[in-house]
Design a protein around this ligand. Structure first.
Ligand code: SF4
Ligand code: SF4
Length: 361
């Protein structure tokens, strides 16, 4: 019998609509019964005559759990790709449901074990908000207290930003600049339809607001030797950490052979073109390809900035110099990163030369 305790909606998504349960490879199964006795949700029963497990109540299976497959000595249990669950977790309503659940059960779930916090939390004040491209805000923040800043951050890192007067509503954004000495950071905030945080950012955030921030986090930082040519690939607001890395190179190695491919759906979506123009002016070794699915007569930005119709993979394939003997740095939607990883693998690019921003965007 499906157990209502286990088949209730998963973070607001009806359990029946989520196809997550084990399947038994009968030819491989040795009938040990570990899966049957080990699953506390009674997904399985045992066929004592055939000595095989039977998936009787698939909806009892916990979404995302693979414990039985991990403990099967014959590797006889398979699950749908975990990408299915990760895609659900990317839904705004699912994220809100998890946030609400945490708050509703705060007293039960709050940790009583105090772990020293390795990251710094500081106050930042909103200095400027650029709303010039509809779906992306470019927000610059500076330390409220001089000296209390992320002054030591490495280009490619991100910070977590709290909505003012909320103890829990926060989102993480890559820093889109190299350190400027004054602790200022610029973030690219993409509008998420129905998203709580971005609704505040787009509708209510104003210059002078003070926000708590934690960081700097993640290690999507420059790892390449100084003489290695570089290929940067960005999708959407994955441009932010890539811009930080490019600014770092413009500061320290402007002659370096570098190519940036940045993909967007349409030409009108490209933002921060002023920052790209400034970069190619400072770094003669840099050329930039802007790839858009729909290419409607783009205005020329700079001779070193070229528009192409198609996606970032198409742009890479159509350029004989790419990827070449380059280290690759990529940030953007997980789907783009996966496809890029496959394409580079097929081209024989060694994984040690590929650096992906696992934080995604
Ligand atoms: S994945 Fe977890 S919940 Fe699902 S059947 Fe296996 S042990 Fe049970
Ligand atoms: S744990 Fe694996 S081998 Fe053992 S009964 Fe289950 S599926 Fe078969």
């Amino acid at each position: 019998m499906p157990n209502p305790q286990f088949t209730k909606p998963w973070h607001g998504v009806p359990r029946e609509s989520i196809h997550w349960n084990p399947s038994v490879l009968e030819d491989v199964c040795i009938g040990c019964g570990t899966c049957v006795t080990g699953c506390s949700r009674l997904v399985y029963r045992f066929d004592f005559e055939r000595k095989k497990p039977v998936v009787v109540d698939p909806l009892n299976c916990m979404v995302g759990c693979t414990t039985c497959a991990n403990t099967c000595p014959a590797h006889a249990l398979v699950f749908p790709p975990i990408a299915l669950v990760l895609a659900l977790e990317g839904l705004t309503d699912v994220r809100h449901s998890v946030e609400d659940d945490l708050q509703a059960r705060h007293d039960i779930l709050a940790s009583t074990v105090k772990v020293p916090h390795p990251d710094r939390i500081i106050s930042l004040i909103v200095k400027s908000i650029d709303k010039s491209v509809g779906d992306v805000l470019r927000v610059t923040l500076a330390p409220v207290t001089p000296g209390e800043c992320f002054c030591e951050f490495a280009p490619g890192q991100y910070i977590e930003l709290w909505q003012p007067e909320s103890s829990h509503l926060s989102r993480s954004y890559s820093i889109a600049n190299a350190p400027h000495g004054d602790g200022s950071v610029t973030l690219h905030i993409r509008k998420v339809e129905g998203g709580r945080f971005t609704q505040w950012a787009f509708d209510a955030m104003k210059v002078g607001d003070t926000c708590q921030a934690r960081g700097p986090l993640v290690e999507f930082t420059m790892r390449s030797p100084a003489d290695m040519p570089l290929l940067f690939v960005a999708g959407g607001t994955g441009l932010a950490p890539v811009l930080a890395l490019l600014e770092q190179q413009a500061n320290f190695a402007p002659q370096r052979d570098m190519v940036l491919i940045w993909g967007m759906r349409q030409v009108a979506d490209f933002y921060a073109l002023d920052a790209l123009k400034a970069l190619v002016a400072r770094a003669p070794g840099l050329r930039i390809i802007l790839a858009a699915d729909k290419l409607q007569s783009p205005a020329e930005v700079s001779p070193a900035i070229q528009f192409l119709e198609g996606n970032v993979l198409g742009a890479m394939a159509s350029d004989a110099a790419l990827p070449g003997q380059r280290d690759v740095y990529a940030a953007g939607p997980p789907v783009m990163l996966r496809e890029l990883a496959h394409a580079l693998d097929a081209l024989g690019v060694d994984k040690t030369h590929v650096h992906m921003d696992s934080f995604g965007v």
